[in-house]
Design a protein around this ligand. Structure first.
Ligand SMILES: [Zn+2]
Ligand SMILES: [Zn+2]
Length: 262
């Protein structure tokens, strides 16, 4: 019974997420957003990328920083291979990682932990196992920008490969590597209201996990697939603590769900 209840709860949340993804022209990722009691809140990023990804990370953080919804800053660095492989989420923060995660079908993976509608932590992973696909600079820029964009609560502008000149589409176009004005406008409207709580953290203590915390913090469970697109999937899992992990998967070339087209 317990398992069924959790599954039902996850599926309920996922159904909302899926409906929003397919029906919401504003391309918000459901109503997910960081809780904050004041405007232009500080959102800290932990850099767990190797130097070959630092340029892409710096570019996309500079681009997303043009949003007036939040103030992004990199406040932690740890690109040891163990940290990058585990990419443990930190409460109230974003962690950006890359590693050879294996030929598992996903090129990029954005994961957010949500409590109600509030994002409480997030990770973005680039899968270096698909090195041939990531040999293309526009692909690197596109996927890095999109997965980070998901961590603010943004969804896709389109899921059919058409271009809206934003990294939040699935176009291979060279003009789809960075956010556009529509993304900034959507962030302003998503973050126009104020909340009664802050779900971001500026605690420096939270940046580094102790070895015992590292040992306890397992991989975030992928759970069940709740949405299948040609180029992407959404997965959801209970976190065992009352929250939910929701994952946005960018599929690697050759792993597209072409049956969705039928
Ligand atoms: Zn709110
Ligand atoms: Zn995506």
């Amino acid at each position: 019974m317990k398992i069924n209840r959790i599954a039902a709860a996850v599926l309920g949340i996922a159904a909302v997420a899926t409906a929003a993804l397919t029906a919401n022209a504003s391309h918000s990722w459901s109503n997910y957003h960081w809780g904050r009691t004041s405007q232009n809140f500080p959102l800290q990023v932990i850099d767990s990328n190797t130097p070959d990804w630092d340029g892409e990370l710096a570019q996309t953080l500079a681009d997303w920083s043009q949003s007036t919804a939040f103030n992004l800053s990199v406040t932690g660095y740890d690109d040891s291979s163990r940290t990058r492989r585990r990419c443990v989420a930190v409460q109230g923060k974003i962690r950006s990682c890359n590693s050879t995660y294996g030929n598992n079908g996903w090129l990029g993976l954005a994961s957010i932990n949500i409590s109600g509608d509030h994002i409480t932590q997030g990770t973005s992973k680039m899968n270096d196992s698909y090195s041939a696909q990531f040999a293309v600079q526009t692909e690197r820029d596109h996927v890095m920008c999109q997965e980070i964009g998901h961590l603010f609560g943004l969804g896709h502008t389109s899921e059919d490969g058409s271009s809206q000149n934003t990294c939040m589409d699935y176009s291979q176009s060279a003009t789809s590597t960075r956010p556009n004005q529509h993304d900034y406008d959507l962030l302003v409207s998503k973050y126009a209201h104020l909340d009664s709580i802050n779900t971001y953290s500026t605690s420096s203590a939270a940046t580094a996990l102790t070895p015992s915390q590292q040992a306890m913090a397992g991989q975030n469970p992928m759970g069940v697939r709740v949405h299948k697109g040609v180029f992407h999937e959404v997965w959801a899992a209970g976190d065992g603590k009352g929250g939910t992990w929701v994952h946005h998967v960018t599929l690697a070339a050759g792993h597209e769900n072409t049956d969705v087209l039928n």
